[in-house]
Design a protein around this ligand. Structure first.
Ligand SMILES: [Zn+2]
Length: 405
């Protein structure tokens, strides 16, 4: 019995070791719960989540209340692992944009997702079972599109269509609109996730610009985490690039901005000056503000898509306009525009809708435009596990929006 009491006393000392000073999953001090099979100490809130995982994943005991679970072997194991070592293993490749709980985190969703990612899905191991490291993403990413609820300045919830493309989150009143109602620079944002679903059963997260909070609502916890992670990932990527640019490590003007005036002011080439088209043909194009569809003769050349009103442009003809593809991403636009065989060319400040006359044409245009855009974006795998989460860049210039919102 004396021996057992010694073991219990020894177990009670575990939180005093420097490596165990903070909860293995959040930074709460003096954790009083143990996961026997993981060899770590936890705060009471994280221990509660561990219990829901099942004993095959985490066997939770209280250091104070459970006195019959300690033997020499178990204590040796706790000594061998400990919180610091366990974090090195279970968080080895955790990307900087991932939502982690802290002692101040009130969101049970963030805490539960973190704990499941670490011990159930093993997402951040050096060799994760999925075979795909979350730490590496090809950046810039393809646009992320979808509906979110957004509270306006008066606090009224409105359903809006969002695109996250490159450095900007743009929102449209209707998915088929060409111009966004507002554009938000993700480099200025920090995020807060309140408690749980609100009164409307929506999962709410807030993006803060420093001077303003944007509350967003989505229908599921998974969707909420996906959006916040994508926004934080884009922010980490572009802030790091902007910092490199400011430090002189990159040519100025490398990072995508909304200042497109210089390119739009460039005189348009005549049909003859464009050179040999990569592809040419008729597409219906949605006009900017009027939402009318007009047949245009489209000419895809190196880096640009020009459009003419005429069926057969003559050598000296100047096009009605041109879309610089370096700032575009290609996506299927049929659902968004509500029209068959539609391709969308997405930029942060405008989306162009183009409809082909038949399926074969649509596919040819889609492939040709995708190839051209991919060539220009220079997307490449980027590792976020060694990148520190950068501080937001605050210019108080984060939002461009239509007053009516
Ligand atoms: Zn904790």
């Amino acid at each position: 019995m004396a021996d057992d009491q010694d073991l219990v006393t020894e177990a009670a000392q575990l939180p005093r070791w420097e490596v165990n000073r903070y909860c293995a999953d959040c930074d709460t001090e003096n954790p009083q719960w143990a996961s026997l099979n993981l060899g770590i100490l936890l705060c009471i809130t994280c221990a509660g989540v561990h219990r829901t995982l099942g004993v095959q994943i985490s066997k939770v005991r209280s250091l104070e209340l459970d006195t019959d679970c300690w033997d020499r072997g178990q204590l040796d194991f706790m000594r061998q692992v400990g919180n610091v070592r366990a974090r090195q293993i279970y968080e080895a490749t955790c990307p900087c944009w991932y939502l982690r709980p802290t002692r101040d985190t009130t969101s049970p969703i963030v805490r539960e997702n973190w704990i499941r990612a670490k011990y159930e899905r093993h997402d951040f191991l050096l060799n994760p079972p999925s075979g795909q490291s979350l730490a590496i993403s090809v950046m810039p990413e393809p646009p992320r599109e979808g509906y979110l609820w957004k509270a306006n300045k008066k606090g009224t919830w409105q359903k809006r269509y969002f695109t996250l493309f490159g450095r900007y989150l743009s929102y449209y009143k209707a998915s088929a609109d060409s111009y966004p109602k507002g554009i938000i620079d993700v480099c200025e944002l920090t995020f807060a996730l309140p408690n749980g679903p609100d009164g409307n059963k929506r999962f709410v997260f807030e993006a803060h610009t420093g001077s303003r909070a944007f509350p967003f609502g989505v229908d599921s916890a998974a969707e909420m985490l996906d959006w916040v992670h994508a926004l934080k990932r884009a922010a980490a990527y572009y802030i790091t690039l902007l910092n490199a640019e400011a430090a002189g490590a990159m040519a100025p003007g490398t990072v995508m901005t909304l200042n497109t005036a210089s390119e739009d002011d460039k005189p348009l080439l005549s049909y003859q000056q464009m050179g040999t088209p990569i592809k040419m043909g008729t597409l219906s194009k949605q006009g900017g503000h009027w939402k009318s569809w007009n047949k245009r003769t489209c000419v895809l050349v190196d880096g640009m898509l020009y459009y003419f009103k005429k069926d057969k442009p003559a050598a000296g003809d100047i096009p009605g306009g041109g879309i610089p593809l370096a700032r575009c991403a290609v996506a299927d636009g049929s659902e968004r525009a509500g029209k068959a065989r539609c391709i969308s060319l997405i930029t942060p400040s405008r989306v162009y809708f183009l409809c082909a006359e038949n399926d074969a044409e649509r596919n040819e245009w889609f492939d040709a435009l995708t190839r051209e855009c991919d060539k220009l974006t220079g997307a490449q795998p980027t590792s976020f596990s060694e990148m520190p989460q950068p501080e937001p860049i605050r210019t108080n210039d984060a939002v461009i929006e239509d007053d009516s919102e």
